[in-house]
Design a protein around this ligand. Sequence first.
Ligand code: AOF
Ligand code: ZN
Length: 367
Amino acid sequence: MSWEALMTQALSLAERGRYGASPNPMVGAVVLDTEGRVVGEGAHLRCGGPHAEVAALAAAGERALGGTLVVTLEPCVHHGRTPPCVDAILAAAIRRVVIGCLDPNPAVCGRGVEALRRAGVEVIEGVESAACQALNRKFFHYMETGLPYVTLKMAVTLDGKLAARGGRSRWITSEASRHEGYALREEHDALLVGVGTVLADDPRLLRHLGLNPDPHLQRVVLDSRLRTPPECTLLRHRPADVVLFCTERATPADRRALEGSGARVVEVGSDERGRCDLRQVMKWLGGRGVSSVLVEGGGETHWSFLKEGLAQRVHVFLAPMVMGGREAVPAVGGVGFASPQEAVRLEFVEVRRLDGDVVLVGEVVRV
Ligand code: AOF
Ligand code: ZN
């Protein structure tokens, strides 16, 4: 088998960590014996658990001796929650390591490759590197910027509305679309909404599918004036996982009431519209280990993220339904850009049908 084919196999193993590895990257590894036979497979399933290389080497046992390791990410050299993979590779007497891409973690980046070469191991780099980087786009973004990777999730009608005039939005998309939307909650570290969504829908914002072994999901509300009712449904479930961001416009009494419900309240500066300074919010979250955020509305919040250049991905569920109405809620609110030249540009990376709806996933083009 070619290195590319083996790397593709390692990439599909890495997928097993989709819901459990974060904030660590998803990593997959394959071990070959001296004859080129696959004798071990492994994946990094859970943050704090064994790395992919260690799992694959354990599966291979003695058969790894003198063999080859194919791994989607550069093996680590540092002591994190687990010992360095490079040590395990040398201990197993692996002769050759094939790597998909370098680890952007400054504690590792390039040093894993260097340590292996210094020990006399042959290293082949950059096999299927684009696919290996794309798999961990959240991890790369977080490592490079210190800010969480942001996905905007929206369920819209064909005419781009989130809700009818008056605010009713249940339900626009099919059950299959809503299920996929819930799956997105399982692969992000935090969920964020604007206070308008809390007031309009009184949501729970929990993980419902049990795909992620960690039931803890950081829930975030942008609420400059602290209009969230202390008795809302959101705060009746796991209030300790909720952070409300406000500005100086919030009153101490509202703050005390919400803290009394068990939520955390954090004051940040305000933007030109008197709303929470989003960059400060994202810095705060990134500084606390939140590597990815799923934004679930509403339109004003979507606008803030897009305008500030703080959204990386838009995941749209498009329903075959026309709401119509000037007063209906647009998918993206705010004042809007003055010309198409200023508009946020995206590239469609996925276009597919789902139970009567169409799913469109766009990546924001970096300028
Ligand atoms: C690897 N193989 O499977 C993964 C790696 O705290 P730890 O010990 O889990 O280390 C986390 C860091 O290790 C993470 O930030 C990333 O740089 C690297 N992840 N490295 O060799 C793996 N998951
Ligand atoms: Zn490692």
